[in-house]
Design a protein around this ligand. Sequence first.
Ligand code: MFK
Ligand code: FAD
Length: 499
Amino acid sequence: IGTFFQERPLLTNSFTQDALLQAYLQRHLPEQQVQQDLLLFGERLVSEIEALGRQCELTPPVLQRYDAWGRRVDRILTCDAWTRLKHISAQEGLVAAGYERTYGEWSRVYQMSKIYLFAPSAGLYTCPLAMTDGAAKVIESLGVPVREEFKRLTTRDEKRFWTSGQWMTERRGGSDVSSGTETVARRQQDGWFKLYGFKWFTSATDADVTLTLARITDQHGRSTAGSSGLSLFLAKVWDSDGSCNGIEVQRLKDKLGTRQVPTAELLLDGMSAQLLSEEGRGVASIANMLTITRIHNTVCAVGTMRRITHLCREYARKRAAFGKLLKDHALHVQTLSRLEVETRAAFLFAMEVCRLLGREENRSASDRDTLLLRLLTPVAKLYTAKQAVSVVSEGLESFGGQGYIEDTGLPSMLRDAQVLSIWEGTTNVLSLDVLRSIAKSSGSVLQAFFTDERLQVAEASAALRPAVTSLHTSLSALKRFAQTAAARPTGALEQSARD
Ligand code: MFK
Ligand code: FAD
């Protein structure tokens, strides 16, 4: 069979090999403790976490519907590596660091730096972590008295750590949750609710608790349609004896990627749940969760881009073609440079959003910071998700045929990247969210963006100012129209004709 065997690309400490992350932290968060923690975490990624992530890919979850005696049990069986990743996530404070706020306004940058390093090795355990972080954020921001749950979602104690699901999507609507949600909530005498409905996509369904949306019914069983009829609930997924809390697991989805994560279809048949939001404020209340999970999505997308770019560079130093190493072929270097530029730009974009989030939570955000966070969150999510697919795809090609071979571990990166633009809001839905943020702020989010000196868009800003002003005028006109229309429909039409 010959004597030549290609040397594989080596994965070394992800922190020490990442010059941009190190430089960014050196500039903004130069604490010795942070450096030390990330250095050790980088070692742990290579020595322990990478293999666990791979085991999750190779041992996907299964649904055990019945026990040996024919009783319906609906147990989701995950592999040991998945459980181990849960414990490591707690120990490393991958959610906790965002709430301990040890580094003040830079706490989110610290936490997300770890998520960024963790993501490409972690067998998608980042998925439950994102939702857990989002649930903690909702509980914290609503100020509701569920202290025990909040503590468990944000603890570093692996024995007490809980994860959360995010059950929004139903068969009629994943984007249009407001009209697509059919699940109803019936009030019980003790003030709790029983939920009945069908949740079409629920990821990391082995979670301990979940947030979900449902319509509260009156005593005649009627409920309000649209977003104003939706309320937000918190529920335990499993009862204390390990059985489901009024849930039937219909099946696990057979997915293109994210095979490590159980994603189930669930029939809610009297699931006991606690009302978290004000009645009818479910969508607005879960929006805080969406902000957090969309930022996680962004950070994970960039983490994946960094990993493939690193592996490609590594490989180019070891693989030869036409008499020299790939790294000495100008055309190949151009391809790798493009990947590097995309990855660096996406990294800085992601970290800027994390910085803004940290400032907001530390109460040191200016009005402009808050506006920018609102505007940039959906933009960062939609942009980096698309870029991740394109960068990973190009990255696979730079391995030639080996990029297509399963046991290199490379193909799963492409499969898993593909979901980043679908879940947590598709690209079009996020584009509409950008418009929502413009409309709700009467254009102020755009003004904040175009007048931000650090973004060095002064020239573009000057050129775009007339467009922003005209957008402002249109939005004001729209607002006036809506106000007049509400009070006097015919008058509004006359006024609009005059305008
Ligand atoms: C790797 C890490 C990633 C982790 C992945 C985890 C696994 C995957 C989990 C999922 O995929 S979970 C499901 C995610 N689903 C979505 O992202 C839903 C996509 N659809 C939307 O985002 C819609 O825009 C949305 C359902 C949120 C709203 O649609 P509507 O019915 O047109 O809402 P409307 O009436 O405009 O807004 C209702 C309220 O919410 C308004 O507040 P007010 O009542 O106070 O006026 C909005 O301002 C507010 N709102 C909506 N989006 C917001 C927001 N507030 C802040 N930020 C936002 N983004
Ligand atoms: P649709 O809403 O039917 O969208 C179909 C297409 O129409 C999309 O391209 C969309 O961009 C476009 N579109 C929709 N509305 C508009 C519009 N107004 N203008 C222009 N274009 C539009 N959901 C959960 O709640 N919890 C989970 O844990 C979860 N896990 C998931 C795991 C995986 C692996 C996947 C793939 C999905 C998961 N989802 C989950 C569901 C996911 O959030 C939805 O699939 C997603 O939000 C899109 O909703 P949909 O599937 O109903 O598509």
